[in-house]
Design a protein around this ligand. Structure first.
Ligand code: ADP
Ligand code: MG
Ligand code: MG
Length: 309
């Protein structure tokens, strides 16, 4: 009989988009592994150049700068694709996910740095420049129209999931089949490691409960206030904003979503956090390929919803 060379496990880690990105995969030799990993990280860096809201010259910020000009602006395929997914998720989540929250997110970042709670008028003013229906997309020409001056796009709610998907595509062009790409808690998995049933992934609900599953060919995203939140007078506000109020979530929510696509999983984890359990139960009917584990905590009250197997 004929035996193929054994594949070895490789792992790489790099800080990207403000989070640790971890990459594990199986490949035939060191040189393939190193080139593939470098190419994947390069792809993410390229995406970050286009999509970062921290860089003035990023494509997304230059697009936002043209809001209210009355112009349809041509954009790259990458930017168009991520905005198209974003818009689709906004519609299907009744606006719980909204990539036009930039002005509000910026206002909160500024307020957090200064330690001053924004005035009601400031929140109102920022909110007036948001709303996903003010963004129009033309798939034929790959052009974007932002109807109101002062709009600012922010794809932070699904950018890492998108980056993870794109990195996996790059690795696959090198013939690599078993991949785990963890982009700051937004994970994309392909075939199981050789000789196993799947990738062993452990999910936590934020405190006591843990769940370990052998998963493959799915994506999984967790959203939670573990690292990033703002605190005013002892009250914690999540960096996830409720698009209806313009204020960070007060609930201590932790949401894990499993979907077939990493971008969708990331966006849904954010959206379900906003929508809460009752509304999310209706929303998930529009996403038959997705499962969720959502924990809401406020003071003594804990509510939990789990459709993971
Ligand atoms: P993480 O920071 O772990 O990636 P999320 O995927 O939930 O967590 O993304 C949070 C980011 O998404 C925020 O920092 C902000 O940029 C943006 N955001 C906040 N609220 C919303 C919302 N309701 N819909 C879409 N994006 C949001
Ligand atoms: Mg983020
Ligand atoms: Mg998200």
């Amino acid at each position: 009989s004929f035996t193929y060379a054994q594949e070895s496990r490789y792992s790489f880690e790099q800080g990207m988009m403000g989070s640790p990105f971890k990459l594990v995969f199986y490949a035939k030799n060191d040189s393939v592994a190193n080139i593939a990993a470098q190419s994947a990280f390069k792809r993410i860096e390229k995406l970050n150049e286009l999509l970062s809201d921290y860089r003035d010259g990023s494509e997304i910020n230059m697009l936002s700068a043209q809001s209210g000009s009355g112009k349809w602006v041509p954009v790259s395929d990458d930017l168009f694709n991520i905005l198209a997914i974003s818009q689709d998720i906004s519609v299907k989540t009744d606006g719980a996910f909204d990539a036009t929250l930039g002005p509000v997110v910026q206002m909160w970042r500024h307020a957090t740095r200064k330690g001053i709670f924004p005035k009601e008028s400031e929140i109102k003013e920022a909110m007036a420049k948001t709303g996903y229906t003010k963004m129009k997309l033309d798939p034929k020409s790959k052009k974007v129209f932002l109807s109101q001056k002062g709009m600012r796009l922010d794809i932070g709610g699904l950018g890492k999931g998108f980056a993870a998907e794109e990195a996996v595509k790059v690795l696959q062009t090198f013939g690599i089949k078993s991949i785990m790409m963890d982009a700051g808690g937004k994970i994309v998995l392909t075939s199981p490691p050789p000789g196993t049933e799947g990738w062993n992934i452990t999910i936590s609900n934020g405190s006591d409960s843990l769940k370990t599953m052998a998963l493959s060919n799915v994506a999984l995203a967790t959203s939670g206030p573990t690292y990033r939140f703002m605190e005013y007078n002892g009250t914690r506000y999540s960096h996830i904003v409720d698009p209806k109020t313009g204020i960070g979530l007060l609930f201590h929510v932790r949401t894990t979503v499993i979907s077939l696509d990493g971008t969708v999983a990331d966006a849904l984890a954010t959206a379900f956090s906003v929508a809460g359990i009752a509304k999310s139960k209706k929303i998930i009917a529009r996403f038959p390929d997705s499962k969720v584990w959502l924990v809401e905590r406020q003071d003594e009250r804990v509510a939990e919803w789990n459709t993971l197997e």
